[in-house]
Design a protein around this ligand. Sequence first.
Ligand code: PEP
Ligand code: MN
Length: 340
Amino acid sequence: MIIVMHADASQEQLEAVVNRVVDAGMKTHVSRGETRTIVGCIGDEARVRELALHSLPGVQDVLPVEKPYKLASREFAAEPTVLPLGSGTVGDGAFAVIAGPCSVEGRDMLVKTARSVKAAGAVALRGGAFKPRTSPYAFRGLGLRALEMLAEVRDETGLPIVTEVMDTRHVSLVSQYADVLQIGTRSMQNFPLLSEVGKSDKLVLLKRGMSATLDDFLLAAEYVMNAGNAKVILCERGIRTFERAMRNTLDIGAVPYLKRETHLPVIVDPSHAAGERRLVHPLALAAVAVGADGLLVEVHPDPDSALSDGDQSLDFSAFANLMHAALAVRAAIQAAPRDL
Ligand code: PEP
Ligand code: MN
Protein backbone atom coordinates (compact mmCIF):
# COMPACT_ATOMS: atom_id res chain seq x y z
CA MET A 1 0.00 0.00 0.00
CA ILE A 2 1.26 3.47 -0.86
CA ILE A 3 -0.02 6.53 1.00
CA VAL A 4 0.29 9.81 -0.89
CA MET A 5 0.33 12.90 1.38
CA HIS A 6 -1.13 16.26 0.33
CA ALA A 7 1.46 18.73 -0.95
CA ASP A 8 0.82 20.94 2.12
CA ALA A 9 0.66 18.12 4.70
CA SER A 10 2.52 18.99 7.90
CA GLN A 11 5.28 16.97 9.56
CA GLU A 12 2.85 16.14 12.41
CA GLN A 13 0.29 14.80 9.96
CA LEU A 14 2.96 12.66 8.30
CA GLU A 15 4.06 11.29 11.68
CA ALA A 16 0.47 10.50 12.65
CA VAL A 17 0.07 8.46 9.46
CA VAL A 18 3.38 6.65 9.96
CA ASN A 19 2.50 5.88 13.60
CA ARG A 20 -0.91 4.50 12.63
CA VAL A 21 0.71 2.11 10.15
CA VAL A 22 3.53 1.10 12.51
CA ASP A 23 1.04 0.50 15.34
CA ALA A 24 -0.74 -1.98 13.03
CA GLY A 25 2.48 -3.98 12.92
CA MET A 26 3.83 -2.80 9.56
CA LYS A 27 7.01 -1.11 8.46
CA THR A 28 7.04 2.16 6.56
CA HIS A 29 9.32 3.76 4.03
CA VAL A 30 8.97 7.55 3.70
CA SER A 31 9.99 9.08 0.41
CA ARG A 32 10.11 12.89 0.13
CA GLY A 33 9.81 14.35 -3.35
CA GLU A 34 9.94 18.01 -4.40
CA THR A 35 6.20 18.48 -4.04
CA ARG A 36 4.95 15.35 -2.33
CA THR A 37 5.74 12.88 0.37
CA ILE A 38 4.87 9.26 -0.09
CA VAL A 39 4.66 6.60 2.61
CA GLY A 40 5.25 3.04 1.43
CA CYS A 41 3.83 0.37 3.74
CA ILE A 42 5.59 -2.97 3.99
CA GLY A 43 3.73 -5.99 5.37
CA ASP A 44 0.25 -7.44 5.14
CA GLU A 45 -1.75 -5.07 2.99
CA ALA A 46 -5.06 -6.39 4.25
CA ARG A 47 -4.28 -4.82 7.66
CA VAL A 48 -3.63 -1.38 6.19
CA ARG A 49 -6.92 -1.56 4.32
CA GLU A 50 -8.73 -1.72 7.66
CA LEU A 51 -7.06 1.43 9.02
CA ALA A 52 -9.28 4.11 7.40
CA LEU A 53 -6.18 6.06 6.40
CA HIS A 54 -8.08 8.07 3.80
CA SER A 55 -9.74 10.11 6.49
CA LEU A 56 -6.54 11.08 8.34
CA PRO A 57 -5.60 14.76 7.91
CA GLY A 58 -2.96 15.33 5.25
CA VAL A 59 -3.68 12.14 3.31
CA GLN A 60 -4.48 12.61 -0.36
CA ASP A 61 -4.65 9.07 -1.61
CA VAL A 62 -4.16 5.48 -0.54
CA LEU A 63 -3.12 3.20 -3.39
CA PRO A 64 -3.09 -0.57 -3.20
CA VAL A 65 -0.05 -2.37 -4.56
CA GLU A 66 -1.06 -5.95 -3.93
CA LYS A 67 -4.16 -7.50 -5.44
CA PRO A 68 -7.03 -7.98 -2.96
CA TYR A 69 -7.34 -11.59 -4.12
CA LYS A 70 -4.51 -14.03 -3.56
CA LEU A 71 -5.48 -17.66 -4.17
CA ALA A 72 -7.13 -16.68 -7.45
CA SER A 73 -4.25 -14.50 -8.62
CA ARG A 74 -1.96 -15.48 -11.43
CA GLU A 75 1.07 -14.97 -9.16
CA PHE A 76 -0.21 -17.61 -6.77
CA ALA A 77 0.01 -20.50 -9.22
CA ALA A 78 2.95 -21.42 -11.36
CA GLU A 79 0.72 -22.85 -14.10
CA PRO A 80 -2.80 -22.14 -15.36
CA THR A 81 -5.43 -24.32 -13.67
CA VAL A 82 -6.70 -27.17 -15.83
CA LEU A 83 -9.79 -28.98 -14.54
CA PRO A 84 -11.16 -32.34 -15.65
CA LEU A 85 -14.61 -32.12 -17.20
CA GLY A 86 -16.07 -35.38 -18.44
CA SER A 87 -13.93 -36.80 -21.18
CA GLY A 88 -12.09 -33.51 -21.57
CA THR A 89 -10.55 -30.71 -19.54
CA VAL A 90 -11.14 -27.00 -19.16
CA GLY A 91 -8.43 -24.38 -18.83
CA ASP A 92 -5.15 -23.44 -20.48
CA GLY A 93 -6.42 -23.67 -24.01
CA ALA A 94 -8.43 -26.89 -23.62
CA PHE A 95 -11.60 -25.60 -25.22
CA ALA A 96 -14.70 -26.88 -23.40
CA VAL A 97 -18.26 -26.25 -24.52
CA ILE A 98 -21.11 -26.81 -22.07
CA ALA A 99 -24.54 -26.82 -23.66
CA GLY A 100 -28.13 -27.65 -22.86
CA PRO A 101 -31.48 -26.14 -22.01
CA CYS A 102 -31.94 -23.18 -19.70
CA SER A 103 -34.30 -25.33 -17.59
CA VAL A 104 -34.85 -29.04 -17.47
CA GLU A 105 -38.43 -29.31 -18.72
CA GLY A 106 -38.73 -33.08 -18.99
CA ARG A 107 -36.75 -36.24 -19.57
CA ASP A 108 -37.41 -36.53 -23.26
CA MET A 109 -36.25 -33.04 -24.22
CA LEU A 110 -33.22 -33.46 -21.99
CA VAL A 111 -32.09 -36.73 -23.54
CA LYS A 112 -32.60 -35.40 -27.06
CA THR A 113 -30.65 -32.25 -26.28
CA ALA A 114 -27.84 -34.15 -24.57
CA ARG A 115 -27.40 -36.51 -27.52
CA SER A 116 -27.43 -33.69 -30.01
CA VAL A 117 -24.99 -31.37 -28.21
CA LYS A 118 -22.67 -34.30 -27.52
CA ALA A 119 -22.64 -35.23 -31.20
CA ALA A 120 -21.80 -31.61 -32.02
CA GLY A 121 -18.83 -31.63 -29.61
CA ALA A 122 -20.10 -30.39 -26.23
CA VAL A 123 -18.25 -31.91 -23.25
CA ALA A 124 -20.92 -31.29 -20.60
CA LEU A 125 -24.68 -30.89 -20.30
CA ARG A 126 -26.22 -27.85 -18.63
CA GLY A 127 -29.78 -27.69 -17.34
CA GLY A 128 -31.43 -25.73 -14.56
CA ALA A 129 -33.35 -27.58 -11.85
CA PHE A 130 -33.65 -24.62 -9.47
CA LYS A 131 -34.16 -21.49 -11.54
CA PRO A 132 -33.57 -17.95 -10.30
CA ARG A 133 -36.43 -16.07 -11.99
CA THR A 134 -36.98 -12.34 -11.72
CA SER A 135 -40.71 -12.92 -11.30
CA PRO A 136 -41.96 -15.37 -8.67
CA TYR A 137 -44.76 -16.29 -11.11
CA ALA A 138 -42.38 -17.54 -13.82
CA PHE A 139 -41.39 -21.22 -14.20
CA ARG A 140 -38.90 -21.87 -11.42
CA GLY A 141 -37.69 -25.32 -12.37
CA LEU A 142 -38.63 -28.90 -11.55
CA GLY A 143 -36.26 -29.11 -8.57
CA LEU A 144 -35.44 -32.59 -7.37
CA ARG A 145 -37.23 -34.24 -10.31
CA ALA A 146 -34.97 -32.32 -12.69
CA LEU A 147 -31.87 -33.38 -10.74
CA GLU A 148 -32.93 -37.01 -11.10
CA MET A 149 -33.44 -36.58 -14.84
CA LEU A 150 -30.04 -34.93 -15.20
CA ALA A 151 -28.34 -37.81 -13.41
CA GLU A 152 -30.18 -40.36 -15.58
CA VAL A 153 -29.16 -38.56 -18.74
CA ARG A 154 -25.57 -38.44 -17.54
CA ASP A 155 -25.69 -42.21 -17.14
CA GLU A 156 -27.10 -42.58 -20.64
CA THR A 157 -24.79 -40.18 -22.47
CA GLY A 158 -21.69 -39.95 -20.29
CA LEU A 159 -21.95 -36.14 -20.25
CA PRO A 160 -21.19 -34.53 -16.88
CA ILE A 161 -23.93 -32.31 -15.46
CA VAL A 162 -23.77 -28.57 -14.79
CA THR A 163 -26.66 -27.18 -12.77
CA GLU A 164 -27.28 -24.15 -10.60
CA VAL A 165 -27.47 -24.16 -6.83
CA MET A 166 -29.13 -21.10 -5.33
CA ASP A 167 -29.47 -21.97 -1.69
CA THR A 168 -26.94 -23.04 0.94
CA ARG A 169 -29.51 -25.60 2.12
CA HIS A 170 -29.43 -27.29 -1.31
CA VAL A 171 -25.67 -27.62 -1.79
CA SER A 172 -25.43 -31.18 -0.50
CA LEU A 173 -28.58 -32.26 -2.38
CA VAL A 174 -27.46 -30.76 -5.71
CA SER A 175 -23.96 -32.20 -5.17
CA GLN A 176 -25.44 -35.71 -5.06
CA TYR A 177 -26.52 -35.29 -8.70
CA ALA A 178 -24.32 -32.63 -10.31
CA ASP A 179 -20.70 -32.72 -11.45
CA VAL A 180 -20.42 -28.94 -11.60
CA LEU A 181 -22.22 -26.54 -9.26
CA GLN A 182 -23.26 -23.38 -11.08
CA ILE A 183 -23.45 -20.15 -9.10
CA GLY A 184 -25.69 -17.77 -11.01
CA THR A 185 -25.18 -14.08 -11.63
CA ARG A 186 -27.68 -13.17 -8.93
CA SER A 187 -25.79 -15.24 -6.36
CA MET A 188 -22.24 -14.15 -7.11
CA GLN A 189 -22.08 -12.20 -3.88
CA ASN A 190 -24.09 -14.62 -1.78
CA PHE A 191 -21.09 -15.14 0.50
CA PRO A 192 -22.55 -17.96 2.62
CA LEU A 193 -23.35 -19.84 -0.61
CA LEU A 194 -19.83 -19.25 -1.96
CA SER A 195 -18.36 -20.60 1.26
CA GLU A 196 -20.69 -23.59 1.19
CA VAL A 197 -19.74 -24.64 -2.35
CA GLY A 198 -16.17 -23.99 -1.26
CA LYS A 199 -16.55 -26.94 1.13
CA SER A 200 -17.69 -29.24 -1.67
CA ASP A 201 -15.40 -31.31 -3.87
CA LYS A 202 -17.34 -30.47 -7.04
CA LEU A 203 -16.22 -28.09 -9.76
CA VAL A 204 -17.81 -24.65 -9.34
CA LEU A 205 -18.94 -22.64 -12.35
CA LEU A 206 -19.04 -19.09 -11.05
CA LYS A 207 -20.95 -16.60 -13.16
CA ARG A 208 -20.07 -12.94 -12.99
CA GLY A 209 -22.60 -10.84 -11.11
CA MET A 210 -24.43 -8.58 -13.54
CA SER A 211 -23.22 -5.52 -11.62
CA ALA A 212 -19.91 -6.91 -10.43
CA THR A 213 -16.54 -5.41 -11.25
CA LEU A 214 -13.81 -7.82 -12.22
CA ASP A 215 -12.25 -7.36 -8.78
CA ASP A 216 -15.61 -8.29 -7.19
CA PHE A 217 -15.73 -11.32 -9.48
CA LEU A 218 -12.25 -12.50 -8.54
CA LEU A 219 -12.99 -11.91 -4.86
CA ALA A 220 -16.08 -14.11 -5.20
CA ALA A 221 -13.82 -16.84 -6.61
CA GLU A 222 -11.47 -16.16 -3.70
CA TYR A 223 -14.34 -16.93 -1.28
CA VAL A 224 -14.83 -20.36 -2.82
CA MET A 225 -11.10 -21.06 -2.87
CA ASN A 226 -10.58 -19.76 0.64
CA ALA A 227 -13.16 -22.27 1.87
CA GLY A 228 -11.07 -25.07 0.37
CA ASN A 229 -12.25 -25.59 -3.19
CA ALA A 230 -9.81 -24.46 -5.87
CA LYS A 231 -11.83 -25.99 -8.73
CA VAL A 232 -13.42 -22.79 -9.95
CA ILE A 233 -14.35 -21.91 -13.54
CA LEU A 234 -15.13 -18.24 -14.15
CA CYS A 235 -17.94 -17.37 -16.56
CA GLU A 236 -18.46 -13.95 -18.13
CA ARG A 237 -22.17 -13.68 -19.00
CA GLY A 238 -22.72 -9.99 -19.67
CA ILE A 239 -23.24 -7.09 -17.34
CA ARG A 240 -25.86 -4.37 -16.94
CA THR A 241 -24.91 -1.10 -18.58
CA PHE A 242 -26.84 1.89 -19.94
CA GLU A 243 -27.29 -0.07 -23.18
CA ARG A 244 -30.72 -1.69 -23.37
CA ALA A 245 -30.62 -3.06 -26.93
CA MET A 246 -29.41 -6.44 -25.74
CA ARG A 247 -30.28 -8.31 -22.57
CA ASN A 248 -26.82 -7.60 -21.16
CA THR A 249 -23.56 -6.14 -22.43
CA LEU A 250 -20.99 -8.85 -23.03
CA ASP A 251 -17.78 -7.58 -21.50
CA ILE A 252 -15.49 -9.16 -24.04
CA GLY A 253 -12.41 -7.43 -22.61
CA ALA A 254 -13.03 -9.26 -19.36
CA VAL A 255 -11.73 -12.46 -20.94
CA PRO A 256 -8.14 -11.41 -21.73
CA TYR A 257 -8.05 -9.30 -18.55
CA LEU A 258 -9.10 -12.24 -16.36
CA LYS A 259 -6.73 -14.58 -18.15
CA ARG A 260 -3.92 -12.20 -17.29
CA GLU A 261 -4.99 -11.75 -13.65
CA THR A 262 -5.93 -15.28 -12.70
CA HIS A 263 -4.82 -18.86 -13.34
CA LEU A 264 -8.47 -20.05 -13.33
CA PRO A 265 -10.24 -21.10 -16.54
CA VAL A 266 -12.45 -18.39 -18.07
CA ILE A 267 -15.47 -19.27 -20.20
CA VAL A 268 -18.19 -17.13 -21.78
CA ASP A 269 -21.97 -17.47 -21.84
CA PRO A 270 -23.08 -15.66 -25.01
CA SER A 271 -26.72 -16.70 -24.49
CA HIS A 272 -27.50 -14.62 -21.40
CA ALA A 273 -25.43 -11.75 -22.78
CA ALA A 274 -27.32 -11.63 -26.08
CA GLY A 275 -30.82 -12.48 -24.92
CA GLU A 276 -31.58 -13.04 -28.59
CA ARG A 277 -30.84 -16.11 -30.72
CA ARG A 278 -29.25 -14.38 -33.70
CA LEU A 279 -26.67 -12.60 -31.58
CA VAL A 280 -25.49 -15.71 -29.75
CA HIS A 281 -23.38 -16.97 -32.66
CA PRO A 282 -21.30 -13.80 -33.27
CA LEU A 283 -20.80 -13.18 -29.54
CA ALA A 284 -19.63 -16.75 -29.07
CA LEU A 285 -17.11 -16.37 -31.87
CA ALA A 286 -15.85 -13.12 -30.37
CA ALA A 287 -15.34 -14.96 -27.09
CA VAL A 288 -13.32 -17.65 -28.83
CA ALA A 289 -11.26 -15.02 -30.63
CA VAL A 290 -10.27 -13.28 -27.37
CA GLY A 291 -9.10 -16.56 -25.85
CA ALA A 292 -12.01 -17.94 -23.81
CA ASP A 293 -11.37 -21.44 -22.48
CA GLY A 294 -14.89 -22.48 -23.41
CA LEU A 295 -18.53 -21.54 -23.84
CA LEU A 296 -21.79 -22.09 -21.98
CA VAL A 297 -24.63 -22.15 -24.50
CA GLU A 298 -28.39 -22.61 -24.13
CA VAL A 299 -29.78 -25.18 -26.56
CA HIS A 300 -33.36 -26.43 -26.79
CA PRO A 301 -35.10 -28.91 -29.12
CA ASP A 302 -37.81 -26.32 -29.86
CA PRO A 303 -36.68 -22.92 -28.56
CA ASP A 304 -40.00 -21.26 -29.33
CA SER A 305 -41.76 -23.49 -26.83
CA ALA A 306 -39.10 -23.29 -24.09
CA LEU A 307 -40.34 -22.58 -20.57
CA SER A 308 -37.43 -20.19 -19.92
CA ASP A 309 -35.01 -18.23 -22.09
CA GLY A 310 -36.42 -19.51 -25.40
CA ASP A 311 -35.51 -16.27 -27.20
CA GLN A 312 -31.83 -16.85 -26.61
CA SER A 313 -31.78 -20.65 -27.02
CA LEU A 314 -30.33 -22.25 -30.15
CA ASP A 315 -31.92 -25.22 -31.84
CA PHE A 316 -29.78 -28.27 -32.59
CA SER A 317 -28.66 -27.26 -36.06
CA ALA A 318 -27.77 -23.71 -34.99
CA PHE A 319 -25.67 -25.16 -32.17
CA ALA A 320 -23.89 -27.58 -34.50
CA ASN A 321 -23.14 -24.65 -36.84
CA LEU A 322 -21.82 -22.64 -33.93
CA MET A 323 -19.50 -25.49 -32.93
CA HIS A 324 -18.05 -25.66 -36.43
CA ALA A 325 -17.53 -21.93 -36.59
CA ALA A 326 -16.05 -21.80 -33.07
CA LEU A 327 -13.49 -24.46 -33.90
CA ALA A 328 -12.57 -22.64 -37.11
CA VAL A 329 -12.05 -19.36 -35.23
CA ARG A 330 -9.99 -21.18 -32.62
CA ALA A 331 -7.76 -22.72 -35.25
CA ALA A 332 -7.30 -19.31 -36.88
CA ILE A 333 -6.40 -17.71 -33.55
CA GLN A 334 -3.95 -20.46 -32.70
CA ALA A 335 -2.27 -20.00 -36.08
CA ALA A 336 -2.14 -16.20 -35.73
CA PRO A 337 1.05 -14.51 -34.53
CA ARG A 338 1.11 -13.97 -30.78
CA ASP A 339 0.92 -10.51 -29.32
CA LEU A 340 4.22 -9.86 -27.56
C1 PEP B 1 -28.69 -19.69 -16.50
O1 PEP B 1 -27.55 -20.11 -16.79
O2 PEP B 1 -29.73 -20.20 -16.97
C2 PEP B 1 -28.80 -18.47 -15.68
C3 PEP B 1 -29.88 -18.23 -14.94
O3 PEP B 1 -27.73 -17.67 -15.82
P1 PEP B 1 -27.38 -16.27 -15.11
O4 PEP B 1 -27.20 -16.57 -13.66
O5 PEP B 1 -26.11 -15.86 -15.82
O6 PEP B 1 -28.52 -15.32 -15.40
MN1 MN C 1 -31.16 -19.23 -18.83
